[in-house]
Design a protein around this ligand. Structure first.
Ligand code: PMP
Length: 416
């Protein structure tokens, strides 16, 4: 361990105190080693407190009431929107639409922008490393609108094969929608290059930031994304809330997604007029406590520092990559540590990932096993499933050591 590793670990030990769940013991008497952060992250006390405080002290519906509680709830809800806008450097809080998560954000764009802009002869370009959330909405829409869905292939190292871009991005491409950081191979894609290539043919750009926004500084203006989506629950916030950032002129031109209360300016028996953005896209009572919890999560992450979180995960991932590669029969999916985010997906020869996950669980280690909602990617890599260890600000090098020991043990058990 180097001195900088020690410093990273010491800060992490202090940060761990902020997460009540990390203090618990599992039924088998082992401490929890939570390495399933790409699926969902744990929540610090400040997030739990913010949501609890809302329900205990000022629970009321937002935007509609002219009483104290409703005004307090509305102020906290809108303050959360402003925090999120600053977190990703959006020019205005009006460009932050609250959704249920990254999945709903992509569906929103597909069913509003997509329906208004796509038809026969048009093309939508995605990639072979997408999560199902950025594949299936386009497939559903394709069946209805008749456009063509194309995929940027990946190399055997799990990076995008950029040599194919000139053929795939053409004046027919209306949208290039791609993942910022892969939830399986871990690859952090060269966004600037991809956006520039899309711009050159006049295509709009959607970036799936579900695995980037929680782990690195994100500046939507610098990325020049038309749309950028992410989920609260992967960044220390609650489930049930996510974000769609969009360029203002695009959001304003888009028809609404769902109809109902709050998204209208005026309703008559014969028709309705829409509210301004972002409210046009937020029909019905929103997830109020969850938005407030997300605001608290943003405060927490900013106080820790996104650059620190990124550096910490790099150190852990580098260490995990090196130590895991020592396990006989273990194959790591995706590129070298310097081209990836904070996760390592892998297979172990002769052991099904589900069995492996069950064995690791006996040592208190929580990893994910399966296709991680990226079946086309697994098909491309010629495997059905993989196991995945994914890290966050509270993970330590010692936890990686326990993972590696348990992997050695699993390898021995299955090759006896
Ligand atoms: N995209 C990526 C890359 C993801 O990892 C995930 C979550 N696994 C999603 C989209 C969907 O996020 P959610 O389930 O929170 O809507």
């Amino acid at each position: 361990m180097t001195i900088s590793d020690t410093i990273l670990t010491d800060r992490t030990v202090a940060l761990r105190q902020d997460f009540p769940i990390l203090q618990r013991m599992l039924p088998n008497g082992r401490p929890l080693i939570y390495l399933d952060n790409a699926a969902t992250s744990q929540k610090p006390q400040s997030v739990l407190d913010a949501m609890d405080d809302y329900y205990r002290r000022y629970n009321a519906n937002v935007h509609r009431g002219v009483h104290t509680l409703s005004e307090e709830a509305t102020a906290a809800f809108e303050a959360a929107r402003t925090k999120v806008a600053k977190f990703v450097n959006a020019p205005s809080a009006r460009q932050i639409v609250f959704t249920r998560g990254a999945t709903e954000s992509i569906n929103l764009v597909a069913h509003t922008w997509g329906r208004a802009n796509l038809g026969p002869g048009d093309e939508v370009l995605i990639t072979e490393m997408e999560h199902h959330a950025n594949i299936v909405p386009w497939q559903i829409l394709q069946a209805q609108l008749g456009f063509t869905l194309r995929y940027v292939p990946i190399t055997d190292h799990g990076t995008l094969d950029l040599r194919t871009l000139p053929d795939l991005l053409t004046p027919r491409t209306r949208l290039f929608s791609f993942v910022h950081a892969s939830n399986v191979v871990g690859t952090v894609n060269p966004v600037q290059e991809l956006v520039a290539a899309a711009r050159a043919v006049g295509a709009a750009v959607l970036i799936d930031g579900a695995q980037s926004a929680p782990h690195m500084p994100v500046d939507v203006q610098a990325l020049d994304a038309d749309f950028f989506v992410f989920s609260s629950h992967k960044m220390c916030g609650p489930t049930g809330i996510g974000v769609l950032y969009g360029k203002r002129e695009l959001l304003e031109a888009m028809p609404p997604f769902m109809g109902g209360g709050d998204m209208i300016r005026e309703v008559t028996m014969t028709g309705s007029k829409w509210n301004t953005v972002p409210y046009k896209f937020e029909a019905g009572t929103p997830s109020i406590a969850e938005a407030i919890g997300l605001g608290a999560a943003v405060d927490y992450l900013q106080q820790v520092g996104m650059a620190w979180i990124q550096a910490h995960e790099r150190a852990i991932t580098q260490y995990a990559y090196t130590r895991m590669a020592e396990v006989e029969g273990l194959h790591i999916l995706g590129p070298a540590p310097d081209a990836r985010g904070g996760l390592v997906a892998f297979t172990l020869e002769g052991v099904h990932p589900h069995d492996l996950s069950a064995i690791l669980d006996r040592s208190g280690v929580a990893v994910r096993a399966g296709h991680h909602c990226a079946q086309p990617l697994h098909d491309r890599l010629g495997i059905h499933a993989s196991a995945r260890a994914s890290f966050y600000l509270y993970n330590t090098l010692e936890e990686v050591d326990v993972l590696v020991q348990a992997l050695h043990k699993a390898q021995e058990i299955f090759t006896l």
